[in-house]
Write a protein that binds this ligand. Structure first.
Ligand code: SAH
Ligand code: SF4
Ligand code: F3S
Length: 435
């Protein structure tokens, strides 16, 4: 028997890329590849890339440059670029970096096995189609490999919203939902492999419409024995349907955490961003969710320095943040993306944008701190994931997605337990088991 070939995958960007990387590894598993944690001993290197901001895309080229030495030592080494940069730049990648053998977009990676074969004959392989067939159906699952306690599951992909700053509708294509029965089969399979918590993924996950609404899908998942926790991300404020809001109050397996990006607090900017909601309508959605589930932890995304954003517009974002009080948030300086409508508009002075980002993050960090500290003294559910840094310690995530560690812990990975929070550290909480 020949030794298995080794595959090194590096994943950038969002959780959907994490999920896609797993599926790509499985697809190449069928060609005799096993995963390795080091690029140095790989027979194939795949970068699963992100195009959302300029820096993310540039990182790919600098990373590729670093593989020059490796390829010189090992001429049979194959180098591939997958994900959103692959989709956006296509052949340009091979022109700019001739050591690349393979370029595959997010909608065509089920064709990786044939593409890999092509590279073995010394040819280059490129596929950035948006094919009709369902890639997930074409991909074979690895036979019964064990899994950790948490998993991602893509249920919806692509976006039709066309926010003026965003590349996702171009790199991922139009909105497509996977049929509910296939998702449920995949979920049951994950649970059989040891998964206890599933995070449903979609660029606009709450626009899900695979024969039912996202809330209905959650209720179907609620019936799966052995599945203890359900999460979903990322949602759009305009797709927050009544039944989904209600499920937050009534479905015990649905965790009290909601990532609901708003991007900005000024209606003028929201309009120019083509977000099709106002600050007020966003706040009303938050109000309704909190009425259904008062303790829910709200998370958000923000962009500062969007073209023509004034200090007054920026203040409106700070005001909105103060009103919502976020448990966690992701904030970015606007990054010009070629081909998007906002790229053509008058840009904000970069130093001014840096300053706004600093001020915004100071406020968000303060809120995050307060929300985390407010957990002290409370009882929460914790799903343990792995041993901690110290002997006997276990770490996991609370219902609210805070990292929690417990000393002298009798639980193992995959156990769910009630924990009393005793102190709040820099990035995590300390707790003790109840009973
Ligand atoms: N579908 C999700 C998020 C997709 S991208 C949604 O609609 O909210 C993740 C985040 O990246 C966005 O929420 C936004 O805050 C940020 N982002 C997207 N394009 C950006 C750009 N051109 N510059 C800076 N941040 C950007
Ligand atoms: Fe991008 Fe807007 Fe679609 Fe989110 S909703 S993926 S920010 S275009
Ligand atoms: Fe990035 Fe593509 Fe995800 S651009 S954020 S990897 S959808």
């Amino acid at each position: 028997m020949t030794a298995p070939k080794k595959l090194f995958i590096k994943t950038y960007g969002c959780q959907m890329n994490v999920y896609d990387s797993e599926r790509m590894a499985e697809a190449l598993g069928g060609k005799g590849y096993v995963e390795t944690k080091s690029a140095d001993d790989a027979d194939m290197i795949l970068l699963n890339t992100c195009h959302i901001r300029e820096k993310a895309a540039e990182k790919v080229y600098s990373e590729l440059g670093r593989f020059k030495g490796l390829k010189a030592e090992k001429p049979d080494l194959k180098i591939g670029v997958a994900g959103c940069v692959a989709q956006a730049e296509g052949e340009e990648i091979m022109r700019r970096q001739p050591l690349v053998d393979l370029v595959v977009g997010p909608q065509s990676y089920h064709r990786l096995p044939e593409m890999e074969e092509k590279t073995q004959t010394g040819e280059k392989a490129l596929d950035t189609d948006f094919p009709e067939e369902d890639k997930f159906e074409k991909l074979k699952r690895r036979p019964k490999a064990k899994r950790g306690p948490t998993a991602f599951l893509t249920v919806q992909e692509g976006c039709d919203k066309f926010c003026a700053f965003c590349v996702v509708p171009y790199t991922r294509g139009t909105e497509v939902s996977r049929p509910a029965d296939r998702i449920l089969t995949e979920a049951r399979d994950l649970v059989e492999r040891g998964v206890r918590e599933i995070t449903l993924l979609g660029q606009n996950v709450n626009a899900y419409h695979g024969g039912m609404t996202l809330a209905q899908l959650i209720w179907e998942l609620d019936k799966v024995d052995g599945l203890e926790r359900i999460r979903f991300t990322t949602s759009h404020p305009n797709d927050m349907q009544d039944d989904l809001i209600e499920a937050h109050g009534t479905c015990a397996k649905l965790m009290p955490y909601l990532h609901l990006p708003v991007q900005a607090g000024s209606d003028k900017i929201l309009k120019r961003m083509n977000r099709s909601h106002t600050a007020e309508s966003y706040l009303r959605v938050i109000e309704r969710i909190r009425a259904a589930r008062p303790d829910i932890l709200i998370s958000g995304d923000f962009i500062v320095g969007f073209p023509e954003e004034t200090e007054e517009d920026f203040q409106a974002t700070l005001d909105l943040i103060k009103e919502v009080k976020y448990g966690t948030a992701y904030s970015f300086k606007y990054s010009t993306r070629p081909g998007t409508p906002a790229a053509e508009r008058p840009q904000v002075d970069p130093e001014e944008a840096d300053d706004r980002l600093r001020r915004l993050q100071a406020l968000l960090n303060q809120q995050q701190r307060e929300v985390q500290d407010s957990m002290v003294g409370r009882e929460v559910g914790v799903l343990f994931e792995k041993p901690g840094r110290f002997d006997g310690q276990m770490v996991g995530k609370s219902d609210y997605l805070h990292a929690v560690h417990v000393a002298d812990c009798s639980k193992k990975a995959g156990d769910l337990a009630r924990v009393r929070i005793v102190s709040s550290g820099t990035n995590s909480l300390a707790g003790e088991l109840i009973d």
